[in-house]
Design a protein. Structure first.
Length: 140
């Protein structure tokens, strides 16, 4: 019995050392856009965005209400001129649902208009981010 406990302890220590001893690998940089703005519908929460821009022209990400009532997946495309079309599909709770049209300026600032159901209506500007993996919002 003591031998079995000792063996179990040694195996646990080896497993823990193996996991802890593995070098951390950083995720590759993901360029994208972030932003938030008030809904154009009175009494509605802000809508926040985290969008990744892929080399093939695809755009993916999330949009969510600031009161955490819902999250949506965002998919779409951007062309060489910087014009884009996105679709928001609720993926958790009561996430924003609708379509987005917009454009990216030569300086990289994105202007977008969301047209959708209920609170999912707004106009906003998003800022370019060189790496979404390391982007943090001060205070939250």
């Amino acid at each position: 019995m003591i031998r079995a406990l000792a063996l179990t302890s040694v195996l646990g220590l080896v497993a823990a050392t193996t996991v802890v001893g593995m070098p951390a690998t950083a995720a590759p940089p993901v360029a994208g856009f972030v932003g938030s703005a008030n809904s154009s519908v009175a009494g509605c929460p802000y809508i926040a965005w985290r969008l990744a821009r892929h080399e093939n022209g695809d755009v993916t990400g999330i949009a969510y209400y600031s009161d955490m009532s819902g999250v949506s997946s965002v998919t779409g495309t951007v062309n060489q001129a910087g014009q884009f079309h996105l679709t928001l599909t609720s993926s958790m709770g009561n996430g924003p649902v609708g379509t987005v049209t917009g454009s990216r300026s030569a300086k990289g600032v994105v202007t977008a208009k969301l047209t959708g159901e209920g609170c999912a209506n707004m106009e906003m500007h998003m800022n370019p981010v060189s790496n979404l993996n390391t982007y943090h919002v001060a205070g939250g």
